[in-house]
Design a protein. Sequence first.
Length: 137
Amino acid sequence: MTKENKLTEEQLFDQLISSLVHSAWVSLGKVKNPMNDALERNLDQASVQIDMLDMLHKRMSGNLSENEEKYLGHLVRELKMNFVEEKNKPAEDNKEDAENENSEQKENEDSTVADEKEENKNSGKDKKMEQQSDFQR
């Protein structure tokens, strides 16, 4: 194997790992999704990505350099710790999300009620004008 091929394989391996790691961080809601510039959490997807990295780490044991072994092991542990942290958050986050959703719903309902009142008020004026018009005829 030539030096160029070895470097290319190392670069490809690094890109594969980096891609999976970045996707895991995005799925954990720790990094903004580059597609929409928003923080999103999908713990099921994060779990799959972390499991894939863990599987690669285990299956490639003995085929990695010492630095690669340490680095990949560190990444997997770091992601697993963050996954557990995020997994334990839902009660708080769901409560906040529900409060925000309820607040938005209330605002929408208030807006709808105000619109209906305005509409009724306007239709009442229209009826009065029609009645006055009929009366004048």
